[in-house]
Design a protein around this ligand. Sequence first.
Ligand code: GDP
Length: 297
Amino acid sequence: MAFEGLAERLQGTIQKIKGKGLVTEQDVKAMMREVRLALIEADVNLKVVKEFVKKVSERAVGSEVMKSLTPGQQVIKIVQDELTLLMGGEQSPIKFNTKPPTVIMMVGLQGAGKTTTTGKLANVLRKKYNRKPLLVAADIYRPAAIQQLETLGKQLSIPVFALGTEVSPVEIARQALEHAKEEHHDVVIIDTAGRLHIDETLMDELKNIKALKEPDEVFLVVDAMTGQDAVNVAQSFNETIGITGVVLTKLDGDTRGGAALSIRAVTEKPIKFVGMGEKMDALETFHPERMASRILG
Ligand code: GDP
């Protein structure tokens, strides 16, 4: 299960302070040493760990705790609050264009789960938001990516716009936008090319697609299992092309949780959804508060 190690360690630490009627600065220090180690072990970015520990420590020795009748509980609440804030605080909704179609670009490295997530997202948009999405197969480089999207489209009964592998992704996107207008699709989701590595050609192509019509959302799909690498990928994509949100996949696996806890703080971009399996209904809206509760038990 995801976050298992982190959850176990944090919950253990919390137990020690839970019932305390008096919390001293020493208690807070001892607790924060353990929290720090737990976060580092969970592969959380070092700078993020430092900031987090500093914030919690400052608040935990402050008056809100000292004046409280249940100081132990109060410290736990602070940890929970700060963990929630670390992951973005509020849930971040999808930004829809007031003039349809809303354009969502899906970007990411090969294998992260981009094409699968594209299908899942279309499913969510139709079921939960009552939209009429069009999927666009613009990943012309990975063998079988187009076919994969078409198969998902068939399975979901959601149309897929494809022009094969000989037409450029920018041209595919351009024609897809026209097609969407004609067919009254209110959301267009473009599955762009994933590469094995971030390179200039990939980024230039994404910029060119972006230049056609400014997308309302640019979702970066990253694999939670890759930890710090996922954070670095997010930082690069954000700096080079600009992203509006992150979809963290494979959270059903036994990820230590570092990516989920670091991405927001490092990129300042919210996690919008999490992938919880391979099936088309396994995409969940990301709620920072619920995730923090899950980790703290
Ligand atoms: P792409 O190269 O980024 O388009 O990646 P794919 O969409 O082809 O996904 C790569 C693999 O990851 C496939 O086997 C997917 O079924 C799997 N996958 C994607 N998302 C998830 C997820 O949330 N959980 C799990 N367990 N597997 C996932």
